[in-house]
Design a protein around this ligand. Structure first.
Ligand code: ZN
Length: 81
């Protein structure tokens, strides 16, 4: 059940042998925009994240600690529920 966006990005960003955990975030960790299953994804440390744009993917991968907690959850996800 991989989306085309996921496959495309996986090829561009990380031809990874290991599979990342599927993205569950509903907000872009970088810009806080709402994202969904059709959004592109980025992989950081074996976890996939839905992202709104390539620009945010680059920001996330450049400085993941700025946007992600140590356990991999996006910092902006705390109040999501
Ligand atoms: Zn974004």
């Amino acid at each position: 059940m991989l989306s085309n966006a996921f496959l495309t990005l996986a090829l561009l960003a990380a031809p990874a042998a290991e599979k990342a955990k599927p993205a569950t975030n509903t907000k872009d960790p970088v810009c806080n925009m709402t994202v969904d299953a059709k959004s592109m994804t980025a992989e950081v440390r074996g976890q996939a994240y839905r992202m709104c744009s390539k620009h945010c993917v680059e920001s996330l991968q450049k400085d993941p600690d700025k946007y992600l907690n140590k356990d991999g959850t996006p910092k902006n996800a705390a109040k999501a529920k």
